[in-house]
Design a protein. Structure first.
Length: 326
């Protein structure tokens, strides 16, 4: 019977077994790594970029005509940072002009005096003027009917025709002052509206580093809406609200990763502390763009560092999710 060489087949079988073992080993190692690392991380939601920044706001409604600063640009107090094209329609101007006219007419009427009407007898015999005065006193309840009859007898029966005479008495000074104030206010509003038909400048009250917010040129803006933020970029941090249970597992120095500006970035936990009921203003008078009023269930806050990278200007108020390695 001829001999069969099975060495080649055995070698192939051994190689296949070895490859399978290697694949299984890699899978086991990957699983072990995932269990060791993946399960030893926790996520912090709603982490917000904040710090001691002052929000420079628009004082009027309109559209953003120009934003005159770029991210990271240094600005001085009083410097113009944006222009707002104010929305004031012709109909609104006409209404304000009408309001001024009404206020002017009211003031003229008061300055002329308060009209007082009283009856006067004309074309009759006797002392008609005195008789008319007594008639007026009777009508206002100052004298009785008997006294009026005696006056009629005394001043003659031919009273003649009764006419109403209008006289003007000086208006109360308080009413005049109020009317003048209302007129000045109406004129001021009209002048402001006329001046805002073009562009209104937005200036920063403090100096520092300017960061543009999400507002774009051509976008709508309302009164009190932030245009840019100005402050100290070195003091920007991420602050995340967490529960007391989660806060117990976090300590300063832990590694944290998150996505900001379209890129994965990293930092470390700087502090873990119970949140105050209300964020206090900074010593320099500035205040955060967004108040850190956390809900009662997440009444602890975790502060995480932000990288200082060239060209990376995190926008105050931006939120992200942070993954912390435990």
């Amino acid at each position: 019977m001829p001999e069969i060489d099975i060495t080649r087949n055995v070698n192939r079988f051994v190689l296949k077994c070895a490859a399978g073992v290697a694949i299984m080993g890699a899978a086991v190692a990957g699983t072990a790594w995932y269990l060791a690392v993946g399960q030893h991380t926790t996520e912090l939601y709603d982490a917000r970029v904040t710090g001691s920044y002052l929000s420079v706001k628009s004082r009027t409604a309109g559209t953003v005509a120009k934003i005159l600063v770029t991210d990271g640009q240094s600005v001085k107090a009083g410097e113009k940072v944006a222009e707002i094209k104010v929305k004031v329609t012709k109909e609104e101007i006409a209404e304000l002009e009408k309001n001024v006219s009404v206020m002017e007419q009211n003031l003229r009427t008061l300055e002329q005096g308060v009209p007082v009407q009283k009856p006067v007898y004309v074309n009759g015999s006797g002392d008609s003027e005195k008789l008319a005065q007594m008639q007026h006193l009777y009508e206002v309840g100052a004298i009785s009917a008997a006294e009026l009859e005696r006056a009629q007898s005394a001043y003659g029966g031919g009273r003649g025709e009764v006419v109403i005479e209008t006289t003007y008495e000086p208006a109360d000074e308080a009413a005049l002052s109020q009317a003048r104030r209302r007129l000045e206010q109406a004129k001021s509003v009209l002048a402001q509206a006329n001046g805002q038909r073009g562009a209104a400048a937005v200036t920063t009250p403090i100096g520092g580093t300017a960061l543009r917010l999400e507002l774009q040129e051509g976008g709508d803006v309302r009164p009190g809406q932030p245009i840019i933020a100005v402050g100290d970029v070195e003091r920007l941090v991420l602050v995340a609200p967490v529960t007391e249970e989660k806060a117990a597992s976090l300590t300063p120095g832990m590694y944290a990763s998150y996505k900001l500006g379209g890129k994965e970035r990293s930092g470390v936990i700087l502090s873990v502390e119970k949140a105050a009921e209300q964020t206090e203003k900074a010593k320099d008078g500035s205040e955060p763009i967004v108040q850190e009023n956390f809900d009662p269930e997440r009444n602890w806050r975790v502060t995480i560092s932000l990288p200082r990278e060239e060209g990376f200007w995190p926008r105050p108020g931006t939120t992200t999710t942070v993954k912390v390695s435990l």
